[in-house]
Structures are given as structure tokens and as C-alpha cells.
Design a protein around this ligand. Structure first.
Ligand SMILES: [Fe+2]
Length: 337
């Protein structure tokens, strides 16, 4: 407990993460407490290896500026999606720092496909790559990449669907065999937006790569990122949808879906997403989950979008990517002449 916050971890069934509650109920009370002691929640996030659950935040739905205020606790810059070219129907009409993730009419963002087969041989939700696909860390195709994401369950779907999976990339790095750790120590991955036409499926389908503007081009990122707050190394990787499968996935290795780089990526992703490093979050209305993109990966899961409507709000916080990015201009902003 620190100044009124109760922090309990790890999260159920996981080796990391924590849940934080404030003794006065409600979103407004929590945000005011967080602002009075702005180091408390970021410290709890760091101590929990980058995953923090704040339940009971449904009051933010009627007061969306509270989500912005809470986001500002976690870093110096909260992305304004209206300024960064997000499709207007994905941006909250009153608070443009909120990215609306939903399948409702007018937003139309569909969930990922169900894994094939939908359950593991033991009857569990698949979490491990490549049975589970879609593992990524947010906006890794940008330099500098963002620090922290906040995700609020405005209207979640019932338990058993529409979960979010989180992997502890710090613990996964620590558990790597020494030889593999040494092999990837100085390696860089090549990350790119899934919309750039360089994802694995596009390359396998033989699609003609489109010409990318400078601000859309793949960005290199260290495979092992040292966290600027904790000093701990963590795996920093995505997979089929957010690596460059033409020139990558790794710089200096054989490129493409059949190269040595692909084999190494598959090995690392299967390691990172082992059930022992993963937490499965089943959403309750008003849950707010904060994750640190510098030391976790996550994946969305399928839900029945024909029968169910899901509404989630996301904010993205940046400002402390680490010394390796010092002084860099934002790669994703189109240069104005
Ligand atoms: Fe994400």
C-alpha cells in the first residue's frame, strides 16, 4: 500500500501483473488520488513487470476526460489521434486522445479470427504462438515507440470471449538459454504497420509491395530492450502482422518467411508466449488495464461479433523510450515541406 492505494499481485493464474484499488470507490476519486501522488501508479506498474489492473473505472464512460487525466500520470505525452491521422470514426468525439476499439456500426473494427483449432488439446484457450496469432507491442513500427497503453472496458463481451492476453517479456528474457540470450543481445528487428503490405500473409501471397512514404517505412528496434525505469532487459518483438517480412524480420539475417530470421522469430515468440509467462484477462465493465509496451506483449482474442457488441477505449502514452532513442524525431509524422 502506498498513500491509500492497495496493490496486490501477481494477477490470478499469472506470474506478473498487479491489481490496484483506491479506498474511495469511483474513477474520479482514483484519478484525484493518482494526481496527488503521481509516482504511485507508475511505480506499481514497474514493480508488476508492466501490467496493472484498475477495476471499477466505469465512471470514466460519462467523464472521458478522467481517462485522459489518468493517462497523463504515466508519461509526458498522450497521443492525440486527431492529430496523428487516425480514421475519424475511430476517435472519441470529445476527447481525441481516446481511440475507440469496437465492432459497433460506425466504428466497425472486427476482432481477430478464432485460433484453429479453437482450443488446445487440453481444452484451454490457446495462448502460445503460433497457435495463437496477433501478439504485438503497440506501435512498434514507430521510433521512438510509445511507453504505455491504457485500455478501458466500456462495454465488454461476456467471459470466455474477447479476452486480452499479456506476456511478461522481462521474465521471458530472463528464462532464455544463455546461448540464445547472447545471440540476440545486439540484434535488431524490423517492425512495420500491418497496413504497409509487408506482413507475412502479404509476402506469402506474393503481393506487390507498395511504395512507402518516409514516415510509413519499417523501423528497426532492439530485440532486447532495456527498460528505462527498471533497467531490466525484456524481449521486444511482434510476429506475423507487425514485422517486415520482406527485408526482415531481423536486420543482418536471411529475410523473408522461409529464412533464418523467420525461424529465429518463431523460436523467440513461442518462448515468450508460453503459458507460464502469460496472463489472460477476462474483462468486466469498468476494468482499466494499463500495460507497459516496453516490457510486455499482448494479443486480442476472438469474440462473436455477429451476436455481440464490444466497446473499448484506448489511450497511448509516450515520452520515456530510453537512451537509445534520445533526440530522435518522430518517424511516423509526415514531413511538411
Ligand atoms: Fe495492441
Amino acid at each position: 500500500m502506498r498513500d491509500g492505494f492497495d496493490v496486490a499481485g501477481p494477477l490470478p493464474g499469472a506470474g506478473f501483473g498487479a491489481s490496484a484499488t483506491w479506498r474511495e470507490p469511483g474513477a474520479a476519486a482514483l484519478v484525484q488520488a493518482a494526481e496527488r501522488d503521481p509516482g504511485a501508479l507508475p511505480s506499481a506498474l514497474a514493480a508488476a513487470n508492466g501490467l496493472l489492473l484498475l477495476p471499477g473505472m466505469a465512471g470514466m464512460v460519462q467523464a472521458p476526460e478522467l481517462l485522459l487525466r489518468l493517462s497523463q500520470i504515466f508519461g509526458t505525452e498522450v497521443e492525440n489521434y486527431r492529430q496523428t491521422g487516425m480514421e475519424p470514426h475511430w476517435v472519441h468525439p470529445e476527447v481525441p486522445e481516446i481511440f475507440v476499439v469496437s465492432n459497433i456500426p460506425g466504428v466497425e473494427r472486427q476482432p481477430p479470427a478464432r485460433p484453429d483449432p479453437p482450443l488446445t488439446a487440453e481444452g484451454h484457450l490457446p495462448v502460445q504462438f503460433p497457435h495463437r496469432l496477433g501478439w504485438h507491442t503497440d506501435q512498434s513500427y514507430r521510433r521512438p515507440p510509445p511507453d504505455v497503453s491504457l485500455f478501458l472496458a466500456v462495454r465488454p463481451v461476456p467471459r470466455g470471449q474477447g479476452q486480452t492476453l499479456f506476456a511478461d517479456a522481462t521474465a521471458a528474457h530472463a528464462a532464455l538459454p544463455a546461448a540464445l540470450k547472447a545471440r540476440i543481445g545486439g540484434l535488431e528487428g524490423l517492425h512495420v504497420s500491418s497496413s504497409a503490405g509487408r506482413k507475412r500473409a502479404a509476402v506469402l501471397a506474393g503481393e506487390t509491395p507498395r511504395v512507402l512514404a518516409p514516415h510509413q517505412r519499417p523501423q528497426r528496434q532492439p530485440v532486447v530492450r532495456v527498460h528505462p525505469v527498471t533497467g531490466k532487459p525484456a524481449l521486444y518483438l511482434c510476429e506475423y502482422g507487425q514485422m517486415d517480412w520482406l527485408d526482415g524480420p531481423f536486420i543482418g539475417m536471411q529475410p523473408g518467411p522461409h529464412g533464418d530470421g523467420a525461424a529465429l522469430l518463431a523460436e523467440l515468440m513461442a518462448h515468450l508466449t508460453q503459458p507460464r509467462f502469460v496472463y489472460v484477462h477476462e474483462w468486466t465493465e469498468g476494468d482499466l488495464v494499463v500495460w507497459d509496451n516496453r516490457c510486455t506483449s499482448h494479443a486480442a482474442t476472438w469474440f462473436d461479433a455477429q451476436a455481440l457488441e464490444r466497446v473499448m477505449w484506448r489511450t497511448t502514452v509516450s515520452g520515456n523510450p530510453g537512451a537509445a532513442y534520445a533526440g530522435e524525431a518522430k518517424s511516423w509524422l509526415a514531413q511538411t515541406p
